[in-house]
Design a binder for this molecule. Structure first.
Ligand code: BJW
Ligand code: ZN
Length: 259
């Protein structure tokens, strides 16, 4: 049988008392949610995600950007947590202390049973006013956007009439202070950090595994590709999260990941 996890990884997780699980877009790849660095499709295929995920792009063309986020919210609503998300929830339930820190703006960890993920980059489900920050409603239930996407004029704030914006953190914006300090504190005091499906290119989030390693924690990385975090990790498990994480749970706790 193909070796997905090493004995060293299983030993580190089995012995750890304080664990941080740090996830990125690769975590949701096998749920069918494109990663941030995948090429855009449909209406947005000639755009670069890094240029669209900015306050400037929203200011210049709010309907283009709001349409992109509505399309992604619809896609996430139709996606389901994959076995990797379920394995993360299983780890949380089994180690004495576990903090889940995610860069993802989807809600697949919550839907897999993770209790209170720390969202460093916000959420697709928490739009707010672009001027006064008043939270705005999102339609309940799963929405359906056309496959190729469409431009959508953002709704107006009910308090001040400014356009509503996605509740995510764009390039050049500060991360939510409480989330960032909770993540740094957890990384600084854990004995194992498991980094899953992130390119490790976007800061300050990419510092989280580095903080853990610097302060003496072991770092295990799960990613099919090489990343700048390879040298930070004591163990690199090269494979998709949806296969590696269930195999890791199985290696540590036997049948605990089933059912
Ligand atoms: C699989 C898989 C499978 C595939 N299984 N794995 C220091 C140095 C240089 C630059 C900076 C710096 N500090 C700050 C900056 C600037 C900037 C930055 O980092 N730029 C870099 C690009 C160079 N950072 C910022 O601007 C941040 N803000 C800031 O610093 O503010 C300062 C400030 C302070 C005070 C006041 C005001 C300002 C904000 C960063 C916000 C990032 N937001 C985004 C968009 C969110 C909304 C949206 O989704 O549209 O967050 S960008 C995007 O990248 C998104 C992600 O959360 C984030 C990380 O991406 P992630 O998750 O790693 O995904 P990918 O796609 O990059 O990688 C996927 C990985 O999965 C790959 O490795 C695959 O191999 C792997 N994979 N299939 C497991 N099946
Ligand atoms: Zn407002």
């Amino acid at each position: 049988m193909e070796q997905l996890v090493s004995g060293e990884a299983a030993k580190l997780l089995g012995q750890a008392r304080r664990v941080v699980i740090f996830t990125g877009a690769g975590m949701s790849a096998e749920s069918g949610v494109p990663t941030f660095r995948d090429a855009l499709t449909g209406l947005w295929q000639q755009f670069d995600a890094q240029a669209l995920a900015t306050p400037e792009a929203f200011r210049d063309d709010p309907a283009l950007v709001w349409g992109w986020y509505e399309w992604r919210r619809s896609a996430v609503g139709q996606a389901r947590p994959n076995p990797g998300h379920l394995a993360v929830a299983a780890i949380e339930a089994r180690v004495p202390s576990c903090v889940l820190v995610t860069q993802n703006v989807d809600d697949l960890h919550e839907r897999a049973g993770s209790v209170a993920p720390v969202h460093l980059h916000g959420s697709l489900f928490a739009p707010r006013c672009s001027a006064c920050a008043q939270p705005a409603e999102v339609p309940a239930g799963v929405t359906e956007e056309p496959a190729g996407g469409r431009r959508i004029t953002p709704p107006r704030c009910t308090r001040c009439s400014a356009p509503v914006r996605p509740g995510v953190v764009w390039f050049g914006e500060a991360l939510p202070e409480a989330a960032l300090s909770a993540a740094v504190e957890a990384a600084a005091t854990c004995d194992l950090l498991l980094t899953v499906g992130t390119s490790g290119l976007v800061y300050p989030a990419a510092e989280i595994p580095q903080v853990a390693a610097r302060l003496g924690a072991a770092v295990i990385q799960v990613n099919p590709e090489e990343t700048p975090l390879d040298h930070v990790a004591e163990v690199n498990l090269r494979g998709p999260a949806a296969r590696v994480l269930p195999a890791l749970v199985e290696a540590v706790w036997g049948g605990a990941n089933r059912g």
